[in-house]
Design a protein around this ligand. Structure first.
Ligand SMILES: *[C@@H]1O[C@H](CO)[C@@H](O)[C@H](O)[C@H]1NC(C)=O
Ligand SMILES: *[C@@H]1O[C@H](CO)[C@@H](O)[C@H](O)[C@H]1NC(C)=O
Ligand SMILES: *[C@@H]1O[C@H](CO)[C@@H](O)[C@H](O)[C@H]1NC(C)=O
Length: 283
């Protein structure tokens, strides 16, 4: 049993040696998201296993954008392809870094690092990772027009605006966690272009308080960037439903005054500033 284990360990060791001793790419770093306003840095680390490096090539999808060939002059060559500007790079015997300026449009592309050895073997290894051009919204979306207290049967219009982003956000409205189907005129609108292609989005929600409603309504606006993986920012507001029918049950011309005052006071606490409340309670 013991010797069997030793044997297994020995075999595992051999296997490990075989893997680590091959010329290989040990690490490929490509940012998941690239900001269109600044250059993205991509790096490729490799092990040569006593073989001589012939070249390192970078590809965006199938297009070569960069080549490092230490035997040639100049050793580094950049290839501009549509929409992508390769700013430069730095390569040594075990790593190669390139800086690319992403296009100001939301795209997803595959970046490949390819390392090949000198003859006679001319072995090639490559690794690929995806990069999506995204300008993250810095702030949460903002809801305009939300009143804190409404009555059953009320109708208001809320406007939710997202922060600048690329791609522009899609706006979704939820009432009590239920996605709101929107009327045709309530499409997400986008503002004009900023540098880097960034835009703000806004969308209006017509909020009708059901005549039977009471308690509170939770209204949430979600700004969603349809990229892979998606980026979501959101904001929520609570609207208190202040029911007049409930109130009138307690109202009577003779004895109801005290009860009415209490109900009004509760509803008003939400609206009044601290000073106003103390003035009210001192009545
Ligand atoms: C790539 O394009 C940029 C801007 O258009 C330019 O400055 C740069 O010299 C170009 N590089 C090559 C290798 O063509
Ligand atoms: C919604 O807000 C955005 C900016 O915050 C504004 O440009 C737009 O006109 C507003 N829409 C409506 C219908 O008020
Ligand atoms: C109080 O009574 C008067 C007549 O008695 C009536 O017109 C009025 O609507 C009543 N008010 C309320 C709040 O019920």
């Amino acid at each position: 049993m013991h010797s069997f284990c030793l044997k297994m360990k020995f075999l595992a060791f051999i296997a490990l040696c075989a893997i680590t001793s091959a010329h290989d790419i040990s690490q490929l770093k490509v940012p998941l998201y690239a900001d269109p306003r600044r250059a993205a840095e991509l790096s490729c680390h490799f092990k040569m296993d006593e073989q001589k490096l012939h070249s390192v090539k970078w590809y965006r999808d199938t297009n070569e954008i960069f080549r490092y060939n230490p035997q040639q002059q100049p050793a580094i060559r950049l290839f501009n392809i549509t929409d992508v500007m390769v700013q430069g790079g730095d390569c040594q015997k075990d790593f190669c870094v390139v800086r690319v300026m992403p296009p100001p449009i939301s795209t997803r592309a595959a970046y490949t690092c390819e390392v090949s050895t000198e003859g006679p073997r001319f072995q090639i290894v490559r690794k690929t990772k995806q990069m999506t051009v995204v300008a993250m919204p810095q702030a949460d979306p903002v809801i305009i027009g939300a009143q804190k207290v409404l009555k059953p049967g009320d109708q208001i219009f809320l406007n939710c605006t997202s922060d600048f982003s690329l791609p522009p956000a899609e706006i979704n409205w939820y009432i009590d966690e239920e996605l709101q189907k929107l009327e045709a005129w309530q499409k997400t609108e986008v503002t004009g272009n900023q540098p880097g292609g960034l835009r703000r989005s806004w969308r209006v929600l017509r909020l009708r308080v059901p005549t039977t409603a009471s308690g509170a309504m939770r209204v949430r606006c979600e700004a969603r960037l349809q990229v892979l993986p998606p980026v979501v920012k959101e904001v929520e507001t609570i609207i208190t439903i202040h029911s007049r029918t409930q109130l009138s049950k307690y109202v009577s011309n003779n004895s109801g005054t005290k009860v009415v005052n209490t109900v009004v006071l509760i509803a008003s606490i939400i609206l009044l500033t601290y000073n106003e409340i103390s003035r009210f309670t001192s009545l």
